[in-house]
Ligand binder design. Structure first.
Ligand SMILES: *Cc1c(COP(=O)(O)O)cnc(C)c1O
Length: 390
């Protein structure tokens, strides 16, 4: 389907129609598949014949989601996983062994730091953290033992933007692979695989679903790398359920329309916040004043729906703001049609030590908003009222 453009791929790629001739994609809620003969079963299990074996690693609905996502990310193949963290686990356990080194941005999702620091380190993998946008630090840490480089762009919640081709070049010079988490941008706004990355990691839980209904994750890469992930999936089983794959497959159809609308609302809100006297700083790539505006404009097709801002008065102000909102939901999630408000220092980043928080720039007065698709005037009214109440 590579002759088609993204809007078409989002709706048509990966479709696998059955003999029932359904027009909407089917959900295959089956754990196993039944064969005409013992010989056919043997051929499918050994891989001599193509076909479904067992839904831990082959399911037609999950495969439709994988094919469609790979088409949108401009990758050869994809593997779907039970959650974003299951994708990270699949990445780590498939590609790394004792003695290998990961060089990782420290400005990343809290659970990602924990997984690398606790579980990868436990099996003898060395982990070095660098400042995401300090390219000299990347260069200094990436050595011949380095097998994987990893960062998020744009980062959550501070909207730091990392130059993908630049880190890719540093990684490749030492024979390392680069994996980029673009959960905030989604394939609708950025394709790191066309910018030098080897692997993209997605939490489909966020904007790909877009309505906060279910968890999912994925890794997108060359067929050769994805084959390693499939081998791990077959043995370890952090599998996406067919129902979730069906929800997420439908989510992909409207992803680019939703990302456009999220970006428009977030831009208006960021501009509103920036001129408000109680707001110290707004972190959003769409603001010309933002440190990474130029790089984000070059690498991305839009700025997305997540922003954060800093209030004077620390945690007390931040909590007072949050508790005085009426419309938005207080939750740790992001990427929903509903506007969501989060206090990173005590929730998503709450497991970091105080020292780790300082290093990651997670200040007590920081509030994150995942700007939804409600009427922007209603969102602004909610923010205005909550700011006045501090
Ligand atoms: C949510 C998130 C993850 C983890 O995904 P889950 O689906 O919640 O397991 C990883 N990275 C980023 C940037 C996220 O926002």
């Amino acid at each position: 389907m590579s002759e088609y453009n993204d809007a078409t791929l989002a709706i048509r790629a990966g479709v696998r129609q059955t003999q029932e001739q359904e027009n909407s994609e089917a959900i295959f809620t089956t754990s196993s598949f039944a064969y005409a003969s013992a010989a056919e079963a043997a051929a499918k299990f050994s891989g001599d014949a193509d076909g479904n074996v067992y839904s831990r690693f082959t399911n037609p609905t999950v495969e439709m989601f994988e094919k469609r996502l790979a088409a949108l990310e401009k990758g050869e193949a994809a593997i779907a996983t039970a959650s974003g963290m299951a994708a990270l686990m699949t990445l780590g356990y498939s590609l790394l062994k004792a003695g290998d080194k990961i060089v990782c941005s420290r400005n990343i999702f809290g659970s990602t730091i924990k997984f690398f620091n606790t579980y990868m380190a436990k099996y003898g993998v060395e982990v070095a953290f660098v400042d995401a946008t300090d390219y000299e630090a990347w260069e200094a840490e990436i050595d011949s033992k380095t097998r994987l480089c990893y960062f998020e762009t744009p980062s959550n919640p501070l909207y730091e933007v990392v130059d993908v081709p630049r880190v890719a070049q540093l990684a490749h010079a030492q024979g390392a692979l680069l994996c980029v988490d673009t959960v905030l941008a989604t394939p609708a706004l950025q394709n790191p695989l066309t910018q030098g990355a080897d692997i993209v990691m997605q939490s489909a839980t966020k904007f790909i679903d877009g309505q906060g209904r279910c968890l999912g994750g994925a890794l997108i890469a060359s067929q050769e790398i994805v084959n390693e992930f499939v081998a791990f999936m077959r043995s370890a089983g952090p599998t996406m359920s067919p129902f979730n794959a069906w929800v997420l497959l439908n989510g992909l159809e409207t992803l680019s329309l939703r990302m456009k609308a999220h970006s428009e609302n977030a831009q208006i809100l960021a501009e509103y916040l920036e001129q408000h006297p109680k707001v110290v700083k707004v972190n959003y790539g769409g603001l010309p004043s933002h440190k990474y505006h130029e790089l984000a404009s070059k690498q991305q097709k839009g700025f997305g729906g997540v922003l954060s801002f800093e209030l004077a008065g620390g945690q007390e102000s931040a909590w007072s703001f949050i508790d005085n909102t009426k419309l938005m939901s207080i939750t740790g999630n992001l990427g929903d049609t509903k506007t969501l408000v989060t206090h990173p220092a005590t929730t998503t980043h709450g497991r970091l030590s105080d020292e780790e928080k300082v290093k990651a720039g997670i200040k007590p007065g920081l509030v994150r908003l995942s700007v939804g698709l409600e009427d922007i005037q209603d969102i602004i009214k909610d923010v205005e009222h909550a700011l006045e109440s501090i």
